[in-house]
Design a protein around this ligand. Structure first.
Ligand code: PBG
Length: 337
């Protein structure tokens, strides 16, 4: 029997850098810090106590008291930024979403309570979109086009976003975050904020936002009234180039951050956006991503803590600077261990 003539290449052994925990730590290319994480939170009108969202275990619709304690817990773990969504009573919703700019509307009450409680220790971010507040559940106002079809009217929606953003700034938001995917929304909001004297309030633009089934559990979280879908304003999951245009436009219009959403199914988009962007790039690990990991973890099918950290480091590796995630506080606590 002849031995095969095989010579390993002794000089190239990547395993050398994996030999010990200290070595692996030293050569780690990506890091995750609690301050990278943004916690999305829900404040609901008319609750006497916090209510867990059944499809998002561990995530609650808050009362004002439970909202404040949850922010406090996040701050203690090193999370800096809290993204607030308002859940109005169905009876307060209307065709234009007017509770969105009412200073006594559910979201604005939460923003001002948090700003007066935490001052500048926390970064208070507001979701700037009408879908929670309209009785039809769309992100803009409806009108009838010349063929008699009902459409979400881009240009009629922009002034409402302007009023909403100014009301949020007045309530104390440090960052507003237009998520409705109307063309020109960033410019419209920047102009309105500046005209009202809020040139210090930043805009985190949902730039590349896809019409995604991964938003499913969020619809329960906000008690959405939507029938149908958002495909005339959110993007087709098949498209990447379109996201680069959206990002370019949002930066031109004055976005201080751009965002890609969802995160895990769109890491290729995130990676390209990160290469092109001149402003920080956020990624939103959405409700359905969270629900999938929780479901598998709670069934004992995966190690929940491990997949949580792996998913977050992967989103950072793909190019995210900030990550919006319902795991923010759990992950920040895990980082401290
Ligand atoms: C719309 C909005 C949505 C989410 C954040 N902002 C839902 C949608 O576009 O249908 C989804 C967030 C999540 O799924 O975690 N204002």
């Amino acid at each position: 029997m002849t031995t095969p003539d095989f010579t390993p290449i002794p000089a190239r052994r990547p395993r050398r850098l994996r030999t010990t925990p200290a070595m692996r730590d030293m050569v780690s290319e990506t890091s995750l810090r609690p301050a990278d994480l943004i916690l999305p939170m829900f404040f609901a009108d008319g609750l006497s106590e916090a209510r867990e969202i059944s499809s998002m275990p561990g995530v609650h619709q808050h009362t004002l008291d439970s909202l404040k304690s949850a922010v406090e817990e996040g701050l203690a773990a090193g999370v800096r930024c809290f993204d607030i969504f308002g859940v109005p009573l169905d009876s307060d919703k209307d065709a234009t979403g007017s509770p969105a700019w009412d200073p006594d509307g559910v979201l604005n009450r939460a923003l001002s309570a948090l700003r007066s409680e935490f001052g500048n220790d926390a970064i208070i971010m507001a979701d700037t979109c009408l879908d929670e507040f309209t009785d039809h559940g769309h992100c803009g106002v409806l009108s009838t086009d010349r063929y008699g079809e009902t459409v979400v009217d881009n240009d009629a929606t922009l002034p409402l976003y302007q009023q909403m953003a100014v009301a949020q700034a007045e309530a104390g938001a440090h960052i507003v975050s237009p998520s409705g995917m109307m063309d020109g929304q960033v410019l419209a909001i920047r102009e309105a904020l500046d005209a009202a004297g809020f040139d210090d309030v930043a805009i985190m633009a949902y730039s590349a936002k896809y019409a995604s089934a991964f938003f499913g559990p969020f619809r329960e979280a906000v008690g959405s009234s939507l029938q149908g879908d958002r495909r005339t304003y959110q993007q087709d999951p098949a498209n990447l180039r379109e996201s680069l245009l959206e990002v370019e436009l949002d930066i031109e219009e004055g976005a201080d951050f751009v965002m890609v959403k969802p995160a895990m199914p769109y890491l290729d988009v995130l990676s390209e956006v990160a290469q092109l962007s001149s402003v920080p790039v956020a990624a939103y690990q959405v409700s359905g991503e969270y629900a999938m990991l929780q479901a598998a973890g709670r069934n004992g099918w995966v190690d929940l803590d491990a997949v949580m950290m792996e998913s977050l480091i992967s989103i950072k590796r793909a190019g995210a600077d900030q990550i919006l995630t319902y795991f923010a506080v759990d992950a920040a606590k895990a980082l401290a261990r």
